[in-house]
Design a protein around this ligand. Structure first.
Ligand code: AHR
Length: 630
């Protein structure tokens, strides 16, 4: 990176002085400039954002997508567990027979036991099982301390998610409310009974979920996600949409309806997915956080390179048309009716559809893209189509079409590319950057042994990149960081997640705080800067006409302490009040870990504002937002 000012570390230098920020708007901000993408990666769906606490609840496997009793143990040495071919449903063919006593399940690297929290335990028990007095509870694995226990009773369930009866099994449930929190997450769920040879399936434990949903998100992670203030959610991938093979692709129709009808699949990130977090849950997530859904649909290409031949493509296109009918159709349509039967009367909000993921790796997006594009547009002319590659396709000239670009680069690359979109061709093709992250880990090193953590310099690099995208927001219509979440026990990508978590705690990366500071600082007008000089400081100002605010955002990717001043020539802001917040540290390598979660976090920024003149000190490795409120 070129640094144009000669300053010693720690010495205050004036680099931006005499700048005028004027009333004139040079661009309209896109409302989708900051979103999130979710896919089950880094064990962040099952065992992460999804509220289910028990690992292998329906014996679908832990490492492979193969029926297994992994993660279950007998409650005492006499309790023998056996996988038996007694189907609970068409999707769940195998159950667990327990000779006597009961069993335990240790969750996903532990179970969080929180005092006062309501946990709902559910399981299916075969009607002809010879058992009485079924009790469930939560206890410490080493201490054996019981935190909560309750008798399980027959349950009426929920017609849409948990049917009361299926295939000779009855649903049971119990509520557990621990009086106190466990000292750590080394806890297990247990079930015990009198009698012998009990056959169980779908053994589930959920805490109180985000927004009180019956099936949905783990509350602490969802609240952290909410803090990003994102305006859209792209789902369900990423690579996890594509399957290693065509046959193992994410199939929308296997992710909806009662949970016992979801067979699951081998995910693309080396572990099975239950699909408990399915298409309804993604749309509900959007509604609960006020986000616009961007639905990514499978488009005939899978990760091992398998690609559907042109003459065989129609059934796959029909699969997407059925998916859209499911989301948008009324009760007179086959799939719309199915959605209603699954408990959702109103259509889902589908206005943006992406065709495939990273199809620049494929050979034949040239015939696949136009075929999907035409089929969708013929039926749904208002849906905005997003291409996952520009390679080999002719973009239609008469339509605004989006092209999804992904950037996993070094912090230096992001800093050096502040102007990337300044001279980008302006035409009907707009840009969505639906995956970006500054990373120091080589892109080929997909399974690092050491957990990568995002550091402060990476976050500042991303902030510079975001400023560059925002000032070009007539061209860059949407953007989001990826990947979103990182389970510390199973991190596996080249780029670290923005929220790191274990069974009972979370840490927010410096990159998270860039998003969080940025989220509140959008405007509908990007203001003109007179004679700006970028590098080492990068900055932008916008006006939020609804909230009567001017935001000035500044990033400093150097170790220098610098000073920023500007005259704000915006009508009505001469006597505005000013406040600011920033992240900054002398250590570009500063990181937040689970046991040191606040090493980098936003602090109030001292700002001076008098008679339209703004000034403040910019610390080293800094991203800050100043808000002028008129
Ligand atoms: O973010 C991780 C992966 O990176 C995504 O699944 C894929 O689209 C990209 O290559």
């Amino acid at each position: 990176m070129k640094i144009s000012t000669v300053c010693l570390a720690g010495v205050l230098c004036s680099v931006v002085r005499g700048l005028t920020i004027s009333d004139k708007s040079v661009n309209e901000s896109s409302s989708l400039l900051q979103g999130i993408i979710f896919e089950d990666i880094n064990r962040c769906g099952d065992g992460g954002a999804y509220g289910e606490l028990l690992n292998n609840r329906a014996f679908q496997g832990v490492l492979d997508f193969k029926p297994s009793l992994d993660n279950y143990e007998g409650i005492n040495e006499k309790s023998e567990l056996e996988l038996v071919n007694e189907p609970l449903s068409d999707a769940l063919q195998y159950s667990m027979k327990v000779s006597e006593g009961g069993f335990i399940n240790r969750g996903y690297w532990g179970v969080n036991v929180k005092g006062g929290e309501k946990y709902t335990a559910r399981f299916y028990l075969k009607d002809d099982s010879n058992v009485q007095n079924v009790k469930v509870g939560l206890k410490g694995v080493s201490s054996e301390e019981v935190f909560a226990s309750a008798k399980a009773k027959k349950s009426e369930g929920d017609a849409y998610l948990f049917p009361a009866k299926s295939n000779g099994f009855q649903l049971y449930s119990a509520e557990l409310v621990p009086k106190k929190s466990a000292p750590n997450s080394n806890n297990a769920f247990y079930l015990e009974f009198d009698g012998s040879d009990a056959v169980f399936n779908f053994v589930s434990l959920m805490p109180t979920l985000y927004k009180g949903r019956k099936n949905g998100l783990r509350a602490d992670l969802a609240e952290a996600l909410e803090g990003m203030g994102s305006s859209f959610l792209r789902f369900p991938g990423g690579n996890n949409l594509e399957g290693q093979t065509v046959d193992t692709r994410w199939k929308w129709n296997e992710t909806v309806g009662p949970l016992i009808n979801r067979r699951g699949r081998m995910g693309d990130w080396t572990y099975p997915n239950t699909n408990g977090l399915g298409m309804h849950e993604y749309f509900e997530w959007c509604e609960d956080m006020g986000m616009t859904p961007i639905l990514d649909v499978y488009a005939g290409y899978s990760l091992e390179g398998e690609e559907v031949e042109e003459e065989d493509l129609q059934p796959y296109i029909d699969e997407v048309l059925n998916q859209l009918e499911y989301c948008l159709g009324d009760e007179t349509t086959k799939y719309g009716k199915w959605r209603i039967q699954n408990g959702r009367k109103d259509p889902f909000d589908v206005r943006y559809v992406e065709i495939g993921n990273e199809d620049f790796f494929s050979k034949h997006y040239d015939y696949r893209f136009p075929a999907y594009h035409k089929a969708i547009k013929d039926k749904y002319p208002d849906i905005v189509i997003i291409a996952s590659s520009e390679v080999g396709i002719n973009f239609p000239k008469d339509e605004v079409l989006w092209w999804d670009q992904h950037y996993y680069k070094t912090p230096e690359w992001f800093i050096g590319n502040f102007s990337f979109y300044d001279n980008y061709p302006r035409n009907n093709t707009k840009v969505l950057v639906s995956e970006y992250a500054a990373t120091d880990v080589s892109a080929t090193q997909r399974l690092p042994q050491v957990v990568p953590h995002s550091h402060l310099l990476a976050a500042i690099g991303e902030a510079v990149w975001m400023l560059g995208m925002e000032r070009n927001s007539d061209q860059v219509l949407g953007a989001c960081y990826a990947p979103l979440l990182q389970n510390i026990h199973a991190t596996q990508t080249k780029a670290p997640g923005i929220i790191e978590f274990g069974a009972s705690s979370t840490a927010l990366a410096p990159s998270y705080y860039v998003q969080n500071l940025y989220a509140n600082a959008f405007g509908d007008k990007i203001l003109q800067l007179q004679d700006p000089k970028f590098d080492p400081l990068f900055y932008l100002a916008n006006l939020d006409t609804k909230r009567n605010r001017v935001h000035v955002k500044v990033a400093n990717p150097t170790n220098q302490t610098l000073d920023f001043s500007a005259d704000i020539d915006v009508q009505g802001f001469k006597q505005a009040s000013a406040s600011g917040k920033a992240i900054s540290s002398y250590d570009p390598n500063a990181k937040n870990f689970l046991d040191q979660a606040e090493a980098v976090s936003p602090k109030p920024l001292k700002v001076s504002y008098h008679d339209s003149h703004l000034s403040f000190t910019v610390g080293p490795y800094f991203f800050g937002v100043v808000t002028l409120q008129s």
